[in-house]
Design a binder for this molecule. Structure first.
Ligand code: 13P
Length: 295
């Protein structure tokens, strides 16, 4: 069933857990995320990033995401990740998405506030939850698509300023805040060093907002749990899932070539789907942070 972004984060808050937010720019990923939610009994967020338009256009994958979420027994929010243009956000809202993110983090502060406030007004017309970002992770989501990786701490990362976070949320009315405290998008070249102090200060200043960790791949289970205990309610996860699925497909191709047998495209989609399902299931159990299944 479809659930609003605000409501799914309220469930996370009540249970001191984080909801896994999987980027799903393929049917295999959408099915795996929903399958993992149904298998584990935890709610899930399936999300499409604007910069993944070249993998799957919103017009194609968006309606499929909404339809499959609606008919599932699991609690699912269909979310737009890293929306950069208000017209793109409007298209997702009209399609029935129950959450959107406006990412104005690369803009000067005042422009980020103005654009986020316009997104909040749009979301109010659709009764849809809004996530905004303040501070910068350094590497952007799209970089991952081009094989990008970043050193721990990010290149050009700017941690979210806790005082500015309060001012930002008051001025924009956003429901969720994506904050920068040491994670990065994509693969890490070193050990990530997260600043839980920054996170705790943000949480103290903005108790009503749900906090979001972007760059959820490559963080230790211990750090996931510390971040959740410090108030993270949504964790965005993409790179490791597609890395494992890609490795699975490569192994299949190698094995078939060694055996001298044909490999068909559908064999690859099945291998990718199965690997994503296994990984998403594991990840959701970790993000549950000890909470019992809810469905
Ligand atoms: P990773 O690609 O590092 O898992 O991060 C995903 C993300 O933050 C999407 O917004």
């Amino acid at each position: 069933m479809l659930v609003n972004l605000r409501d799914i984060c309220a469930i996370a808050e009540q249970n001191n857990m984080a909801i896994a937010a999987f980027n799903t720019p393929s049917l295999e990923a959408v099915r795996a995320a929903i399958g993992a939610a149904e298998a584990t009994g935890y709610p899930v967020i399936i999300q499409h990033a604007e910069c993944h338009e070249n993998i799957a256009p919103l017009d194609v994958i968006g309606p499929a995401m909404v339809a499959l979420a609606e008919r599932s027994t699991a609690q699912i929010c269909v979310h737009l990740d890293h929306g950069e243009n208000l017209s793109y956000i409007r298209r997702a809202l009209e399609m029935g998405f129950t959450g959107v993110m406006l990412d104005g983090s690369a803009l000067p502060y005042e422009e980020n506030v103005a654009m986020s406030a316009r997104a909040a007004a749009m979301c109010a017309n659709f009764d849809c939850g809004l996530e905004c970002e303040l501070g910068s992770l350094g590497a952007r989501e799209g970089d991952v698509l081009h094989g990008g990786d970043t050193p721990a701490g990010g290149t050009g990362a700017t941690y979210t300023d806790p005082d500015q976070a309060r001012e930002f949320l008051d001025a924009t009315g956003a429901d969720l805040l994506a904050c920068s405290f040491g994670t990065v998008h994509g693969l890490y070249r070193g050990e990530p060093h997260l600043s839980f102090e920054v996170l705790e200060q943000i949480r103290e200043r903005v108790p009503r907002a749900a906090l979001v960790m972007h760059g959820g791949s490559g963080v230790s289970n211990e750090d996931y749990h510390k971040a959740i205990d410090a108030g993270i309610r949504k964790i965005n996860y993409y790179t490791y899932g597609v890395k494992y699925a890609g490795e699975s497909v490569a192994e299949l191709v190698d094995a078939r070539r060694t055996a001298g047998t044909q490999v068909y495209w559908h064999d690859m989609t099945i291998a990718a789907y199965e690997r994503l399902l296994a990984d998403f299931t594991d990840v959701m159990k970790v993000f549950a942070n000890g909470a019992a299944p809810l469905a």
